[in-house]
Design a protein around this ligand. Structure first.
Ligand SMILES: *Cc1c(COP(=O)(O)O)cnc(C)c1O
Length: 353
């Protein structure tokens, strides 16, 4: 009989891993943290060696999309210390996502216990002295009850997995402002980091890729006249010395990077406007100003410069030169996270290993 199980992931030890040359997201670290939700509470927290999961094909997560995830980072800031960046804010968002998907919230103790346990178990994946390296941490919760009927699961699995991440050169992106498809609508689940949001974005993104664009900038679902965000990043504009970004809503994800960059701007005396930005305003601003920056903000790349934006048949070219403010913001944020600048907002969660 042919085996239908997926192959075991090939494990590499941190000692053998080539930190200079790797593709993000393909190599797991050696351990996983787990907890189960059963009989109305979280139980059995544990660290295990990495291995595939065994689940019934009836598990509800495979059918009705009750899945939620987070994406965060940890940094080695000295031989004996690892910094996990803003776990409280990631947990608050995860719990908002879980509540929206009718899934049980993760208590703070369990979340922090899990994070500490996993970075301690896998700290060799953050070698000392490697400045561009970080650990990408992926907490997620899935519905595990084996039932084909459409219902809210009674059991869940909480898992934390990790993979190394480095600061690649971010090739400035070519994007298109999407005015046909929608990522999420008012009252929907756009503010939740739940699996379906990404599955639903693949097809429009595939079409954009076919047309030569790297990514889509989504607009509001009802009028397609206002900027929302990119697929896994919030959108930010620097014009006239100000930072502009759309306000949070039920259709936009509350990015931790977005929040941190807004705070940094305030610290640096850069004016911030959180307000609706129409596509027409953006086109007009780009057409009439030399120095307008447009970029995506998210945990993985921090700042992703946008070099070309396609709006209504016209390509606009924001500034991506070395003097861009967005690079300065990124560097400032990196200095704080790597312990090179004072952490005045209490963003760093230090773990002694
Ligand atoms: C994760 C994500 C972001 C960025 O959030 P960060 O907390 O900054 O990583 C923005 N938009 C979407 C849709 C996302 O999934």
């Amino acid at each position: 009989m042919t085996s239908l199980t997926t192959p075991q992931t090939i494990l590499t030890s941190a000692e053998e891993f080539d930190f200079e040359n790797f593709t993000f997201g393909s190599t797991p670290t050696d351990h996983l943290f787990f907890a189960n939700y059963d009989n109305g509470s979280w139980c059995n927290p544990r660290v295990e060696e990495f291995s595939n999961l065994s689940l019934s094909p009836f598990s509800l997560c495979f059918h009705y999309g009750q899945t939620v995830f987070e994406g965060m980072k940890a940094y080695r800031i000295s031989e004996g210390t690892i910094n996990i960046f803003r776990p409280d804010r990631h947990l608050a968002r995860m719990n908002r996502s879980l509540a929206r998907m009718c899934m049980p919230e993760i208590p703070k103790d369990l979340f922090l216990t899990g994070l500490e346990a996993i970075v301690k178990a896998d700290h060799s994946w953050l070698p000392d002295g490697k400045d561009k390296l970080a650990l990408y941490i992926r907490p997620f919760v899935i519905a595990t009850e084996p039932r084909l009927g459409v219902k809210v699961s009674d059991t869940f699995l909480f898992c934390i997995a990790c993979t190394p991440i480095t600061q690649y050169y971010n090739k400035p992106l070519r994007v298109k402002v999407e005015t046909e498809f929608s990522r999420s609508s008012e009252g929907g689940v756009g503010y939740a980091k739940c699996g379906g949001n990404y599955g639903g974005a693949f097809y429009p993104t595939y079409l954009a890729n076919q047309q030569g664009f790297d990514q889509i900038i989504w607009t509001d679902a009802s009028t397609h006249k206002f900027l929302e965000e990119a697929g896994t990043m919030n959108i930010m504009v620097i014009a006239d010395g100000k930072l502009l970004t759309p306000p949070l809503s039920s259709s936009i994800l509350d990015g931790v990077t977005r929040n941190s960059l807004i705070q940094l701007c305030r610290d640096l005396g850069i004016l911030v406007e959180e307000r609706r930005i129409s596509v027409a305003e953006l086109a007009n601003t780009l057409a009439h100003n030399e120095h307008v920056e447009v970029f995506g903000a998210g945990t993985a790349a921090i700042v992703s410069p946008i070099a070309s934006i396609h709006i209504d048949g016209v390509d606009y070219h924001p500034y991506t030169g070395v003097n861009a403010v967005m690079y300065h913001l990124k560097n400032e944020l990196e200095k704080i996270r790597r312990g090179r600048k004072p952490d005045t907002h209490g963003w760093n969660y230090l773990v002694n290993i």
